[in-house]
Design a protein around this ligand. Structure first.
Ligand code: SAH
Ligand code: MG
Length: 225
């Protein structure tokens, strides 16, 4: 097993609905493969499971850690972000539950992970990111933040989750656009910049809008500056 995606899983990731370009997915896969032997990874923002396939494939390649399957938790209320709602740019009417008139991507996610054969390695946590974060206690080898991209959700994800990254662990942030002409600012202003400003993280990799920072000081659970 290596740090490159098996062909069949790569095809599946590519054909899954979502927002993860191939080259950024490949980086996600590589860093997860590197970090998962040190503890579980957690993703904020599952959607239909596209990025979870890249992460889960790495967990499968790692196999088992301390007698349990290498694990990727993925958190989402599955009701969509602001930008996924009707009338917004990233809306997809096929993922609306007609009974409630609300988005529901949980079933699609489940099919994606079952098709990928990754149910042993990818664990869905269904609920609001801030609620799950408040109760979370396990140090993370890798945290991937790709949830709500408004100012409030991005800020809450940084405050709720970043301190759970273990020393030497990685914080990967999606949709980081330093130039406002390229996209929305909150992941850059509310997650990326504060992580660097805390002094606890150092940038180690970048592909497209995916930035990877490493925790170089403090330890999991310790508050960040
Ligand atoms: N990683 C996915 C894309 C995630 S899109 C991919 O590879 O395609 C962002 C997701 O974040 C949406 O599914 C939305 O429901 C979720 N989300 C937004 N705000 C959230 C919150 N406060 N709590 C939980 N999930 C949230
Ligand atoms: Mg994204």
């Amino acid at each position: 097993m290596t740090d490159t995606m098996p062909r069949d899983l790569l095809e599946l990731a590519r054909s899954t609905k979502g927002f993860m370009p191939d080259d950024e997915g490949a980086l996600l896969h590589r860093i997860a493969f590197e970090r998962l032997p040190h503890g579980p990874a957690l993703e904020v923002g599952t959607y239909c499971g596209k990025s979870a396939v890249y992460l889960g494939a790495a967990a499968q390649a790692v196999g088992s850690v301390g007698g349990v399957p290498a694990t990727v938790f993925t958190v989402d209320h599955h009701r969509g972000s602001e930008e996924n709602q009707a009338g917004w740019e990233h809306h997809d009417a096929s993922v609306v539950d007609p009974e409630f008139g609300l988005m529901d991507t949980l079933g699609v996610f489940r099919k994606t992970i079952a098709r990928a054969g990754l149910e042993e390695h990818v664990v869905a946590v269904v609920g609001a990111s801030s609620t799950v974060a408040a109760h979370w206690r396990t140090p993370l080898s890798l945290l991937f933040i790709d949830g709500g991209h408004g100012v409030e959700p991005a800020r809450a994800d940084f405050r709720g989750w970043a301190h759970h990254v273990q020393r030497d662990g990685l914080l990967a942030i999606h949709d980081v656009f330093p130039d406002p002409a390229d996209g929305g600012r909150p992941p850059y202003e509310e997650i990326y910049l504060p992580a660097l400003a805390s002094g606890a993280f150092t940038e180690v990799d970048v592909v497209g809008s995916l930035r990877v920072l490493q925790r170089t000081s403090g330890s999991a659970g310790e508050p960040l500056a």
